[in-house]
Design a binder for this molecule. Structure first.
Ligand code: NAG
Ligand code: NAG
Length: 263
């Protein structure tokens, strides 16, 4: 640019210089005047060449400027893409957090499911492992029993059910096959008016109940106990001394029991 300005200054100033030169040359003579004119033309050509050169340089500069502009545009585009990428990364991170939360929830459900399954397995095992115990027997079809001077074992000989064979119809004794909670029930009957009937239920050597009734034409006693038994514990019924019962095919007197659950 400075070069162009210099050139313009030179061009504007040229006529004056020229005139000045001419007037000086007039004093110096014709020979020197012709020499000066040639120099100016040479200088002018040089200047013109310089202008052309500057033009070319300007074209290059413009091209370079365009290149720089393109680069800036490209960089801006890249910048925009980077911002978009950052937003995308942010979204992906959020999604990842969601997935983690869901995974934790799933894990929780899975753990609950496993717990339920384990409980179910335990129940199934308990059911499979628990022995099946249930018995029910009638006393006799023979009619009158007692009274006796001493307390006498009641042997319920008419077995209806004896799952697990834990009840003996020979001795009338039930023996617990496993530690557990058992349910026992009996009925007692007498039909001799004015005679007392009384029965006792024993757990091993301990009398658990003593139920009595002064008989009318038809008299009944019934009761039940839930007992916690150790394995091998025995439960049985006895007829109290001086008391009578009556039984026949109608099954008035029964002794029943079953295992509710093992312990
Ligand atoms: C899933 O739960 C188990 C038991 O609570 C725990 O040990 C494990 O680290 C959990 N896994 C995940 C991915 O949360
Ligand atoms: C059984 O006993 C009841 C009550 O005493 C009596 O009514 C019934 O006739 C008896 N049955 C037999 C077959 O003896």
């Amino acid at each position: 640019m400075r070069d162009i300005l210099q050139l313009m200054v030179v061009l504007f100033c040229l006529p004056g210089t020229w005139a000045q030169g001419e007037s000086e040359e007039a004093h110096q003579g014709l020979q020197t005047s012709g020499q000066t004119s040639t120099d100016i033309w040479v200088e002018l050509r040089a200047l013109r060449d310089m202008v052309v050169e500057q033009k070319v340089e300007l074209t290059y500069t413009k091209a370079e400027l365009q290149t720089q502009r393109d680069k800036v545009a490209s960089l801006e585009k890249e910048n925009a893409q980077a911002a978009e990428l950052a937003a995308l990364v942010c979204r992906v991170t959020t999604s990842e957090k969601d997935v983690t939360a869901l995974r934790e929830e799933l894990n929780l459900s899975k753990n609950e499911l496993l717990l339920s399954k384990s409980r179910l397995d335990n129940i199934e095992k308990a059911i499979a492992g628990s022995p099946k115990v249930a018995f029910s027997a009638g006393l006799t079809t023979a009619g009158k029993i007692g009274p006796f001077n001493i307390e006498t074992p009641l042997v319920y000989s008419r077995v209806f059910t004896n799952i697990g064979e834990s009840y003996s119809p020979i001795t009338g004794i039930f023996t617990a096959p496993v530690k557990g909670v058992y349910y026992f029930r009996f009925t007692a009957f007498n039909n001799k008016k004015g005679e007392w009937m009384a029965v006792n239920m024993y757990h091993n050597s301990q009398r658990m109940l003593h139920n009595s009734e002064l008989s009318d034409v038809h008299s009944f006693i019934a009761n039940a106990l839930i007992l916690q038994l150790e394995k091998g514990s025995v439960v049985y019924m006895r007829l109290h001394q001086g008391n009578g019962l009556y039984d026949n095919a109608s099954t008035w007197n029964t002794f029943s029991g079953f295992l509710m659950f093992p312990l």
